[in-house]
Ligand binder design. Structure first.
Ligand SMILES: [Ca+2]
Ligand SMILES: [Ca+2]
Ligand SMILES: [Ca+2]
Ligand SMILES: [Ca+2]
Length: 432
């Protein structure tokens, strides 16, 4: 094969007539491509006056970048005088003056009687070179041509074909997520209370900036005026995590939790959450709240533009790690009590959540007497039952549910108040 190419180029250098310019133009000069695409490079030949178009032939290198393209072969080569296609060669000579095109193949046509390309009219299609776009290719690459050897007196002109990675179509993942917060849950109705909303305490801007979440979600007074089963209970944080590492946070979004457990988009009120610009694939999904233990799906879920449903309130929904959910009837609830947001429920000892509640009460500006039974109104993480007040002692206080969760924890076999109930959500080290 190589022998034939050498013969061809030798003949060309001997016999090319003067003043001709042989011109190669690709049938397509630019193309948008994606990984795996099979693309065609179709060189079209013509020659300038004063020549009549009859030559000894043409030796053509077709240059390409081997990290972007794989050469598949040539089909339908122009038959008259055609030589076997060369192997793929390394472009150490950089004959096309483009260092990114590091490989080439040679196509050659030879006619020792200088009648090439015969009687065929110009321009002439010389064949189709097939390339596959390698996986992971991004950016721009070129297929260029050069003439093999310096044929005496002839010039060569060529136009490259540009291949640019196609812009991926905007992808959007859709998720329908449900969950119930123990602090607000009323088993008689199967709904959560919306005391925070009714008291006008839910902020219009998402409150998870304190956790490092920088999203700009806001809601409207109209949405916060909604009553009934779709009334907002509070803001919640939704996370998509890496299928290979449940600790690795990839995308976050904040939504509003309705009384019936739907997590809705704060802007649109839709119970289908959209994650724009996220590639379809497998993700762990987390649901988190300001003062409840968060939950993560047991497995990563296949998310795409078709909504995926995840309902943490169903007993049949599997949880990542130990299932820390609180059972009330058939409902499963996110446990309340994490007043200091450390992913643990502690009632006694260092970093305990009971003291976080007490401290908030005792240091409240209006509680100048530092009364333990002072009732602090407001939107505070210490309001563990989400009724709009922080209360340490007395009816509807905020520590009873915390204590109950610790004393009744399945692993607290000795029913100790100093038992530490760890959350099952693996803690992420990052906060996109
Ligand atoms: Ca090159
Ligand atoms: Ca709803
Ligand atoms: Ca805690
Ligand atoms: Ca409360």
């Amino acid at each position: 094969m190589k022998h034939s190419v050498r013969l061809a180029t030798a003949l060309l250098s001997l016999a090319m007539p003067v003043h001709a310019t042989q011109i190669i133009t690709p049938a397509k000069t630019s193309l948008a491509v994606s990984s795996g695409d099979v693309v065609a490079f179709v060189p079209v030949y013509r020659v300038t006056a004063p020549e009549n178009g009859l030559e000894t032939g043409l030796g053509l290198r077709v240059h390409f970048n081997a990290s972007a393209l794989q050469f598949n072969g040539v089909s339908s080569p122009f038959a008259y005088g055609v030589q076997p296609v060369s192997e793929v060669m390394v472009d150490t000579g950089n004959f096309d003056a483009d260092s990114t095109t590091d490989r080439y193949v040679i196509l050659a046509w030879v006619d020792i009687t200088a009648q090439w390309p015969g009687t065929d009219a110009l321009p002439l299609t010389l064949g189709t070179l097939s390339f596959s776009v390698k996986s992971g290719f991004t950016g721009t690459t070129y297929v260029r041509t050069s003439a093999t050897d310096t044929a005496a007196g002839t010039a060569f002109q060529s136009t490259p074909m540009q291949l640019a990675s196609a812009v991926a179509p905007p992808s959007e993942l859709k998720l329908q997520l449900k969950g119930l917060l123990q602090g607000a849950y009323v088993s008689a109705t199967g709904l959560m209370r919306d005391d925070l909303r009714a008291a006008g305490l839910i902020p219009t801007a998402q409150p998870y900036a304190a956790w490092g979440y920088a999203g700009k979600e806001t809601t409207t007074s109209a949405q916060l005026a909604t009553t009934g089963a779709n009334a907002p209970v509070d803001w919640v944080l939704v996370e998509l995590r890496d299928t290979a590492d449940a600790k690795k946070l990839l995308v976050s979004k904040v939504g509003l939790l309705q009384r019936d457990g739907d997590v809705v988009d704060a802007a649109t009120d839709s119970n289908t959450l959209s994650f724009a610009g996220v590639t379809a694939g497998n993700y762990y999904v987390a649901l988190r709240h300001r003062n409840h233990l968060g939950l993560l799906s047991a497995k990563s879920l296949s998310l795409s533009a078709t909504p995926t449903v995840l309902d943490f309130s169903q007993a049949t929904t599997q949880i990542y790690g130990k299932d820390v959910r609180i059972a009330q009837g058939s409902a499963r609830l996110l446990p309340t009590g994490d007043a200091n947001h450390d992913n643990k429920l502690i009632a006694d000892g260092p970093d305990n959540d009971k003291n976080a509640v007490l401290g908030t009460v005792l240091t409240a500006p209006d509680n100048s007497g530092a009364y333990t039974n002072f009732q602090l109104e407001g939107y505070d993480a210490s309001d563990l039952n989400l009724d709009g007040k922080t209360l340490y002692v007395g009816p509807d206080n905020d520590v009873n549910a915390l204590l109950g969760n610790i004393l009744l924890a399945p692993d607290n076999t000795t029913t100790s108040t100093n038992y530490i109930l760890p959350g099952s959500l693996p803690e992420s080290g990052n906060t996109p």
